[in-house]
Design a protein around this ligand. Sequence first.
Ligand code: SF4
Length: 361
Amino acid sequence: MKLTAEETAWAAHGFTREIARLAERPVRIMEVCGTHTVSIFRNGIRQLLPANVELVSGPGCPVCVTPNEYLDTAIAFSQRPDTILATFGDMLKVPGSHSTLLAQKAQGADIRIVYSPLDSLTIARERPDKDVVFLAVGFETTAPTAAATLLQAERLKLTNFFLLPAHKLVPPALRALLSAPDIRVDGFLLPGHTAAISGLEPYRFVAAEYHKPAVVTGFEALDILQGIYMLLTQIACGHAEIGNQYRRVVKPAGNVAAVSILRQVYQPVTTVWRGLGAIEDSGLAIRPEFDRFDAGTQLPLPAVVTQEPAGCRCGEVLCGRIRPEACPHFGGNCTPEHPVGACMVSVEGACAAWYKYGQGR
Ligand code: SF4
């Protein structure tokens, strides 16, 4: 049911009043997802909260958590003869160690922006003389589509289509955050779109093992206010469970068909996150039976030499250790037009959101 503007304003006022009533002590809430970060800024939600409720951004921007080594490998593929790189547009400006995909494209590399992995299949069919490599970056939300694309490539018997997988899973990253002794988080706003795929079960450990409340939350302003209210309700009475504010989309069991496709094509693997390092079973690797579609094993490349941008503190931003404005580059030599690190590139990056919407609180 869609609320009128007046009803929305009343509901927002009600949640804001209840949040103020429940916030009896300083509380630190992490919005795990970059889409939440942007919505919080765009809707001025920080300004609606009492001073003792702090929102901190987490590792939920897929482009931001993808380490430089992957970017460097993608750039190396773009320089490979007879290769077309297909990618979502948000990867283009992300700085690798020595260049960007955008710079490579300007120098003549055949890099195509696609809006779905399936678009890269079309390219592969049109150009059988080329190897087409799709940069498969993203969380649980986008991984099923990439997996379905691989299965479609198999049905079409394509021999020139490959994935370069860098998919990541959110729950293992939460475990890494919760295990870090220097990171204090009192509760989590969990991403509604990843939970729509995985369901609630993979998140239960947050409450069961770490006694931290978490609420799967949608992306409208009211969703976020309600999610914060649901978290504070738990925190106020010392309770911890995985709440579901986004019931209109997220079912407890998730999307069974999508998870089935994921499991058919991928298997969990240890992978590296910017800021969090290597996390066990936090990535998705192509299963051996589909190895012929894995660019990393099928298309030879020289080893890449990786280095992080000097002084960039993206890793600390992504773990909630610092706010973007604490980075010495922020707003000076690091801006969305001239980004130093990945968090300033992506529209879902915390640094980009803080820069675009003002520094908030
Ligand atoms: Fe990295 Fe720029 Fe953010 Fe600093 S402001 S952490 S350099 S992206």
